[in-house]
Ligand binder design. Structure first.
Ligand SMILES: Nc1ncnc2c1ncn2[C@@H]1O[C@H](COP(=O)(O)OP(=O)(O)O)[C@@H](O)[C@H]1O
Ligand SMILES: [Mg+2]
Length: 369
């Protein structure tokens, strides 16, 4: 096999300059080999298949992939938030909380009390379409106060100050605390939800498709503000999305999921300039740039496999323009194939010829042997 042709050799690597290669860095949260099935009458659907993901303190990680690829299931499984018919059949999540003097705690072995205090205070989650779950008959200040009272022991005046503090953080004028949700725009309601996630100063915020219902400009504004806040407050963020364009700008690292598997993971800039997995290349071609017109998955023909199917080898092979017979035996283990960045891993063991300039679209190329 010949070597990958690598472009952008002089490019500065690293999103935030915080490289996981640095041995002194330990993950805040470490998801290992997570496997989740949804069980029903028509069989067992494997929604997540041996997915592993580390999140380091203060970094912003994007988890991207087409709808149905298992992103939400992976994140909720990791935090023990799944309910039947979901069954976790393998894997674990370790949480260090950034305290590396002690061994990390296994979330799957925590008591209910430990779990309750883990959520909100350590890890807080902004659920998909959460902005529509605000109570319509309660003023937003009262809803924030409720969240504060449940999770923190503060005096009345401290709690009032906390409401103002979190409203300021997310850019909502304080007098809006007296508004009902329907009196706020979609963007404002989304900010309220984010404010709620911030009340207990968590170390990790998981945001599941946090702004999909909002227009692109507003999405960008809100997500950029979260990244700014993260710089000030020092939390880590896991953004879950099917939209790569925003993630390219906002994340330090990206994990790409397909059919329940993480197929590629690495520094966002490395992934953008040297995508290793053909699925990532297809996704990048589908979302050329945040400012350009959006093309819905034009880079990838066909549809993902049914999770009810048992697949040998690479699940992307039927849609892959580079597929070959041996794809049926691929182990899907993540391997380092990037000669510049050893933390850039892909589940495709074949060295796909690099196509210069992803921004001009992915196409052509071919597998070098
Ligand atoms: N409650 C459920 N019952 C059965 N199947 C489910 C359920 N929730 C999700 N799934 C299936 O699990 C797979 C992964 O879903 P999900 O994690 O929601 O993907 P994503 O967040 O990437 O869109 C999909 O095939 C979906 O149909
Ligand atoms: Mg989802």
């Amino acid at each position: 096999m010949s070597q990958v042709k690598v472009d952008h050799l002089d490019e500065k690597l690293g999103g935030s300059g915080l490289s996981p290669l640095d041995a002194s860095r330990q993950p805040l949260l470490s998801i290992k080999d997570m496997t989740v099935e949804y069980r029903g009458r028509s069989g067992s659907a494997k929604a997540v298949d041996r997915a592993s993901l580390d999140i380091y303190p203060q970094e912003v990680v994007g988890l991207a992939g087409e709808s149905g690829s298992g992103k939400s299931t992976l994140a909720y499984a990791a935090c023990r938030l799944l309910r039947p018919p979901a069954v976790i059949t393998g894997g674990s999540t370790l949480y260090s909380g950034g305290d590396f003097s002690r061994s990390p705690r296994d979330i799957f072995k925590m008591s209910d009390d430990e779990l309750t205090s883990l959520r909100w205070k350590e890890i807080s989650i902004v659920f998909q379409s959460a902005m529509n779950s605000l109570n319509p008959v309660m003023k937003i200040g009262v809803q924030l106060r409720d969240a504060i009272d449940v999770h923190l022991s503060l005096s009345k005046s401290e709690a009032d100050a906390k409401v103002e503090e979190v409203l300021d953080m997310v850019g909502i004028p304080r007098d809006r605390a007296r508004s009902y949700p329907h009196q706020l725009s979609g963007g404002m309601r989304q900010r309220v939800i984010i404010a709620m996630a911030l009340v207990a100063n968590p170390k990790l915020i998981i945001m599941d498709e946090p702004t999909t219902a909002l227009d692109v400009v507003l999405q960008r504004e809100i997500l950029s503000q979260i990244v700014e806040l993260k710089q000030r407050l020092g939390f880590a963020v896991l953004f879950i999305t099917h939209d790569l364009s925003l993630m390219m700008e906002l994340t330090d690292r990206l994990a790409i999921m397909y059919a329940g598997r993480i197929v590629e993971i690495g520094d966002t800039k490395a992934l953008r300039s040297r995508p290793l997995h053909p699925y990532t290349r297809g996704l990048l071609a589908s979302f050329p740039s945040i400012r350009g017109a959006r093309r819905e998955l034009s880079g990838i023909k066909g549809a993902p496999p049914s999770p009810l199917e048992t697949i040998d080898g690479c699940p992307f092979a039927p849609r892959c323009q580079f597929a070959r017979e041996s794809c049926g035996q691929v182990s899907m283990q993540l391997e380092s194939l990037d000669r510049i960045d050893l933390d850039h891993l892909s589940a495709c063991p074949f060295e796909v010829g690099q196509v210069a300039g992803i921004d001009q679209g992915v196409g052509g190329g071919g597998i070098d042997e």
